[in-house]
Design a binder for this molecule. Structure first.
Ligand SMILES: O=C(O)CCC(=O)C(=O)O
Ligand SMILES: [Fe+2]
Length: 329
């Protein structure tokens, strides 16, 4: 896989300090608790006060890569403490970066949470966890986390996925492949633009997996007014329900995504922003350490108001009974 450099948007030290200070002040005003019930309501005003350099760095993706890396935030490996062993024991570990992600997400749109995931938190902890090594979720390690659209099963899924790196001693790569870089025949595009197969809820949503309603078939590709977009999660797509011709086109898309895939090895302090309508992401396999020095990411999801990147038919999907919660409603 090419390790082609992802587009980096450097944050100079004054802008990085401005962001960290704003996050730190918000946090200390709320008992050091990133999930404090009053903190979220204060985020928009603080985000609106951030300077031009930060706002410019948070502009929409503007290359066919469909992603960018904000680089330059300071990160003290000792001060953040050990990597939690599981998201449920993370508590306020690394909480200042939770607030950094909330601020950046609010500059870019509206943060999004799920009642059924990580206790409804707006910022998730992505850490390898014992017993989950070979799952297709962020808690895995020993398997390839295969390329996917985040929360592909749901019509209210994020427009942007934000991954902030706190620790990554083994330079474990996130993978990313953009639909704007694949080359398919027109017949393949047409086949994959038909709503033929559903995308079922992934293993992070146990409750949704037992939802009684019929899974709606959805298109894999869509030609939006802003260019091609995709909705893709092969691990949760019942391909055996499709025709041979359809499966062949799907396999071609999968091969093309593998061909254009890049490995992005995040450094501590990096914030990767992935356009979830353009790019499928994953992660290479690694060996977890389970000694407090494991790879540790913070993750937030963002809705961007008035985007035109989704087929209108999505609005009538049931979403398997899962509710997305927008931060400022
Ligand atoms: O661990 C990673 O780099 C990506 C994990 C992932 O798929 C996610 O956080 O949504
Ligand atoms: Fe993911």
């Amino acid at each position: 896989m090419p390790t082609a450099a992802a587009p980096v948007r450097p944050l100079h030290s004054h802008a990085a300090a401005e962001l960290i200070t704003a996050a730190h002040d918000l946090l200390t005003a709320h008992d050091g608790t990133a999930t404090h019930p009053d903190l979220l309501a204060r985020v928009p005003a603080v985000a609106a006060s951030l300077g031009d350099e930060i706002r410019t760095a948070c502009r929409p993706v503007d290359t066919p890569d469909g992603l960018f890396v904000l680089r330059g935030l300071p990160l003290d490996d000792t001060a953040i403490g050990p990597t939690p062993a599981h998201w449920s024991s993370a508590g306020d570990a690394g909480a200042v970066y939770d607030v950094v992600l909330l601020l950046l997400s609010t500059v870019m749109g509206t943060p999004l949470a799920w009642e059924g995931q990580q206790d409804g938190r707006f910022v998730h902890n992505i850490v390898p966890s014992p017993g989950h090594e070979d799952e297709q979720t962020g808690a895995s390690s020993s398997v390839l986390l295969s390329p996917h659209t985040e929360d592909a099963f749901h019509p209210a899924r994020a427009h942007l996925l934000v991954l902030g790196c706190l620790r990554n001693h083994d330079a474990v790569a996130t993978t990313a492949a953009s639909v704007r870089q694949v080359q398919l025949a027109q017949e393949e595009v047409e086949l994959l633009s038909r709503p033929v197969l559903p995308i079922l809820p992934d293993d992070a949503y146990a409750e949704a997996q037992s939802y009684a309603g019929d899974p709606p078939p959805v298109p894999t590709l869509w030609e939006s007014p802003d260019g091609p977009t995709l909705r893709f999660d092969p691990a949760y797509t019942p391909l055996d329900q499709a025709s041979e011709e359809h499966r062949a086109a799907y396999a071609r898309l999968q091969d093309e995504l593998a061909r254009v895939s890049v490995a992005v090895s995040l450094e501590p302090g990096d914030v990767l922003v992935v356009d979830n309508d353009l790019v499928v992401h994953g992660r290479v396999p690694f060996t977890a350490r389970y000694d407090g020095t494991d790879r540790w990411l913070k993750r937030s999801s963002v809705r961007v108001p008035d985007r035109r990147t989704r087929p209108p038919a999505e609005r009538s999907e049931h979403g398997y009974g899962q509710q997305a919660v927008e931060a400022y409603r």
